[in-house]
Ligand binder design. Structure first.
Ligand SMILES: [Ca+2]
Ligand SMILES: [Ca+2]
Length: 411
């Protein structure tokens, strides 16, 4: 189609100098009699093709090439001609609705957000190429459940009940029950953990955090469930522990601190404590499924777990400890005259890299320490947090003499 303007010029030239009446044949109305290269004949007008005498058929300029009008434009064929128009969501650079190929016109995205579209109350508008999206502001959700909408599709933004109900115990309880009903049918530990992981990966609200901590706490006994016929209990225990740590990490990694910050210090410390307690219980329970003496490690970005499992015959030779980023913890069992009872021991160390600020008694945990002045009652944890939990069977098999910690300051 790049040839078109050139052809128009050429044709005009011919019209000026060579138009004559044909002596032998009558030409069709959309043809002219001309002498070209010394030959007198009927020639179809620009935009038509044929012999000029019996046929002059419209050229379909739009059909010859794809995108003959350029990007983001549509081509319309007409009798003897054609025109281009910008696609919906675009406007022509010349401000003329119609244009032809290569006349310098391009189609530019319309910024609906700044020009015309209002997404409605509690909504934000995002301009995109060829269109725009409306979505709800934080704390609001669409009435239709869609993530994006356009103003005329009947969707509007309403208050997100879940995001704001952390101050209301009845609302939290209702949300926990609703989620439990959805999750209870999942009986297989890995599937359950994967479901919680998926639901806590992004876009957590304060009530999500509370709800899923409750779910984990309630499911903690189930996480250790293994069908007795399972022969590979060791490897299943290891993969359950890995999945568990990966899921826990969703709750305590630094991205979630803005969500935790929306809870009062009391709520925050209560639920975080519940999470840590659940982590200890669940890791011990899962570890007790191990069949042979084991030392197992798993890490996520903000949590590490180290598990020791051994029987009374190996007890003398196992020294449970954990070293992580310069922090160190070791436990010492009571010396006994003889390790003569049969039984086994599970020890689980959990290392939380970043949760120090979450344990702060300040209601504004995201403030830097120097920003909240000289409030002397303020308590802040300035190291990572390590816990150790022990379960022996029988319970008297492994009693502690002492625990030693070395923790470095967070810089
Ligand atoms: Ca045409
Ligand atoms: Ca746009």
């Amino acid at each position: 189609m790049k040839l078109l303007p050139l052809l128009v010029g050429f044709s005009t030239l011919l019209n000026c100098f060579y138009t004559q009446n044909c002596t032998k044949k009558p030409c069709l109305p959309n043809a002219k009699c001309e002498i070209r290269d010394g030959v007198e004949a009927c020639y179809c007008n620009m935009g038509y093709s044929g012999n000029g005498v019996t046929i002059c058929k419209d050229d379909n300029e739009c059909g010859n090439l794809t995108q003959s009008c350029g990007e983001n434009a549509n081509c319309t064929n007409t009798e003897g001609s054609y025109y281009c128009m910008c696609a919906p969501g675009f406007r022509s650079s010349s401000n003329q609705d119609k244009f032809i190929t290569n006349d310098g016109t391009i189609c530019i995205d319309i910024d609906e957000c700044s020009e015309s579209v209002v997404c409605g109350d509690h909504a934000v508008c995002e301009n995109v190429n060829g269109g725009y999206n409306c979505s709800c502001k934080e704390g609001y959700q669409t009435s239709t459940g869609k993530s994006h909408f356009t103003p005329n599709d009947g969707t509007y933004c309403q208050e997100n009940v879940n995001a704001n109900c952390h101050l209301d115990n009845a609302c939290i309880a209702a949300n926990i029950n609703k989620t439990l009903t959805k999750i209870r049918p999942i009986k297989e530990p890995m599937a359950l953990l994967q479901e919680v992981y998926r639901n806590t990966l992004t876009d957590l609200s304060p009530v999500d955090i509370i709800t899923y901590i409750e779910i984990l706490a309630e499911s903690s006994p189930l996480l250790a469930y293994m069908n007795n016929t399972i022969s590979a209990k060791d490897s299943l225990s290891n993969s359950t522990l890995t999945e568990f740590v990966k899921t826990l990490n969703n709750f305590v990694q630094k991205d979630t601190f803005t969500v935790w910050d929306k809870l009062s210090a009391n709520h925050r410390i209560t639920h975080l404590t519940k999470l840590m307690h659940t982590a200890e219980q669940a890791t011990l329970r899962i570890s007790q499924n191990l069949q042979k003496t084991t030392q197992f490690d798993t890490n996520s970005s903000d949590i590490a777990l180290k598990v020791f499992f051994f029987d009374s015959y190996h007890m003398k030779h196992i020294h449970p400890h954990m070293t992580m980023n310069g922090d160190y913890i070791k436990i010492f069992p009571k010396r006994k005259a003889a390790y003569d009872s049969d039984g086994n021991v599970a020890v689980a160390f959990l290392y939380y890299k970043s949760i120090g600020p979450l344990i702060s008694s300040s209601d504004n945990l995201l403030l830097e320490p120097q920003d909240y002045g000289n409030s002397e009652e303020e308590e802040r944890v300035i190291s990572s947090v390590i816990s150790v939990s022990i379960k022996s069977s029988p319970p008297t098999l492994y009693e502690l003499e002492k625990v030693t910690f070395t923790l470095s300051h967070i810089k």
